[in-house]
Design a protein around this ligand. Structure first.
Ligand SMILES: C[S@@+](CC[C@H](N)C(=O)[O-])C[C@H]1O[C@@H](n2cnc3c(N)ncnc32)[C@H](O)[C@@H]1O
Length: 190
């Protein structure tokens, strides 16, 4: 299954269309003022590294994880300062209290959220944006497992300090807007 995912994403990343994805996600730009000036960032399912590079350029040390070696190779050419790990996030772990910021853009794996809690340092920031069930209106064929239920993301981190939470339609520059939930939350200090 993981091998199929890797092959599927590798082939998508070989298509030239995805290579236009060079700009950081707009939600990341919106939360820029909250970001620390120093520290470690983990970018889960990093893809081509445009979000990671934006943070590395700000002086943060960024580690990106993805299952697609093609994506990581391209990211490394474009952004050599970003550290990369090729791994299946379904079978993945890291030392606890390591990261000041964790990014999770457009990859929904609910079982990862326990890890996210552990890997963040106390007071660390979690930045998540991914699609919601509203997407079914424009893309009925999309697999329900990869879509957030209404309010699910906010509820899942209710023990964190919620700094920003939003659900709605976002124009990501594709053929149609995406229904998304966006979260900026801080892990409690204790
Ligand atoms: C929609 S892309 C999002 C990329 C990036 N986060 C962004 O915002 O542009 C989803 C990413 O998840 C990665 N991915 C899919 N399954 C994975 C898995 N099991 N472990 C790690 N990465 C995975 C894909 O290779 C792809 O880069």
């Amino acid at each position: 299954m993981a091998r199929d995912d890797a092959l599927r994403w590798d082939s998508r990343y070989r298509e030239s269309s995805l290579l236009s994805l060079r700009k950081p996600r707009s939600f990341l730009l919106e939360v820029e003022e909250w970001l620390p000036q120093r520290g470690w960032v983990l970018d889960l399912a990093m893809g081509l590294g445009q979000n990671a590079a934006f943070l590395a350029e700000r002086g943060l040390r960024v580690v990106g994880v993805d299952i697609s070696l093609t994506a990581l190779r391209r990211a490394k050419i474009l952004y050599p300062q970003v550290m990369t790990i090729c791994a299946d996030l379904e079978h993945f772990s890291l030392p606890e209290k390591t990261f000041n910021v964790v990014l999770n853009f457009y990859y929904l794996q609910r079982s990862l959220w326990e890890g996210v809690r552990r890997w963040l340092k106390p007071g660390g920031l979690l930045i998540v944006e991914t699609m919601t069930q509203e997407m079914k209106r424009v893309k009925p064929e999309i697999d329900e497992r990869y879509l957030l239920r209404p309010g699910e993301l906010e509820k899942s981190f209710e023990d964190f300090e919620i700094l920003l939470y939003w659900e709605g339609w976002r124009d990501l520059g594709g053929e149609h807007p995406r229904a998304v939930a966006s979260l900026l939350a801080r892990k409690p200090e204790v």
